[in-house]
Write a protein that binds this ligand. Sequence first.
Ligand SMILES: [Fe+2]
Length: 512
Amino acid sequence: MNPISRRSLVLGGLATAGATALPLHSAVIAATAAVPYPFQLGIASGDPDPASVVLWTRLAPSPLNADGHGGMANANVTVDWQVSTNELFTTIVASGSVVATYASAHSVHVIAGGLNPDSDYFYRFRAQGHLSPVGRTRTTPALGAAGRNLTMAFTSCSHYEEGYFTVYRRIAEDNPGVVLHLGDYIYEYGTGTGRPRAHAGATEIVSLADYRRRYAQYKSDPDLQAAHAAAPWIVVPDDHELENNHAGNIRADSTPALTAAQWTARRTAAYQAYYENMPLRPAQASNGPAIPLFRRIRWGNLATFHMLDTRQYRSDQACGDGWKVCSDADLASRSLPGNAQESWLLDGLGLKASTWDIIGQQVFFARRFNASGASMDSWDGYRASRARIQQGWVNRGVRNPVVLTGDVHRAWASNLMADYNNANSAIIGSELVTSSVSSGGDGDGATTIPDVSNNPWLKFFNNRRGYVRTTMSPTELRADFRAVAKVTEHGAPATTVKSFVIQEGRPGLQTA
Ligand SMILES: [Fe+2]
């Protein structure tokens, strides 16, 4: 995208206003000088289909205000929006107005419809006499059409305090067709010490105002804004959007102390703030202490994104969580996605609607154990659940399942095995694990695969921050593991540490 500054857009948009520009009202123009810029949190789009995409923004002229309302008064504000086929907005193909309310922290979720499949668009908003930055977005191919090859970048785990969001900037520069965020978009912790940046808010966030303010701080980051402006996103949370390592409504610890009612209120607040701050369709709006997030995004017949929620419906971590040798992890009664989501996933895989079945989720999927056991927070703590899903896709003849994972702040790649007790068993899929945006700090750059003798299906490891850039065609999926050497200083370049190719109809990783 051309580096058009926000300031030039404000002036240019007004100066070139004509039949195709946003309606100009004298009252709005008069307000321009008096009202501070409300688009400090940027703009975003997401969850595209062949004819529409959701457009997002949230008005917040003073993002860090403690009340979570970003400097907005208790009043409704009309927000105009436009979609164009070009960046100068000389041809408008969709437009309208919505009301941003105080109750929703002046966030808006617009479904821009009537668009053409597999097409690129630009969008912008206008409110209180100001124009927003311009975002680029894209519709999916029509169902049944492969469309163009797709570049998809995915990442996770962006702890604001632990580093700069350079990874987001590098994703934007790749000009992907779609971006997946697999969770830990924010962290709930209070302010740490000795870190390159600091959370606003000294203590762990609990209230709706706290969560709204935390999102506002993260979304004020220009690198994050650039990544949202570059492509539609498809997002799912992990644990830190609420609280570390929770399992459904079971807390992992008791700090801060909360009554049952306070914990319910906290979940309600966290889910409401998540919806308010993400480019999600209204079908994903929270409902009290719950939010319906697992969903499928069809990308024509090239790819289907099965986006999982591995937090809200899981059985409690076995054997008290942590790394354990734990026979309870084999109990058939336990599930990571929950029984309903397991069925939903297998039903969707059984459709075999596209070449690539991409399972976007949070925690490590392949077996990975060492002398201490395995992570009870990952699929190793829910082994029967994992076996049902793997065997389910084998039984259904799913040709190209690829699991995407975040959470562990390191890059990994793995083959998925029919039987992890037999290293010579069939390879039935692949897993690509992104490193973090910033969580964990710079990392030591290590590439030796830990415990590979116990886990020979593991094929790659890297301890740097980064993302995975995939390119999908009807014949192959290429994955480039991208890493930055530093996040404690701003602006490090990204390099490709390793590339793999997965051939259509041949599950498993091949070195590119
Ligand atoms: Fe994380």
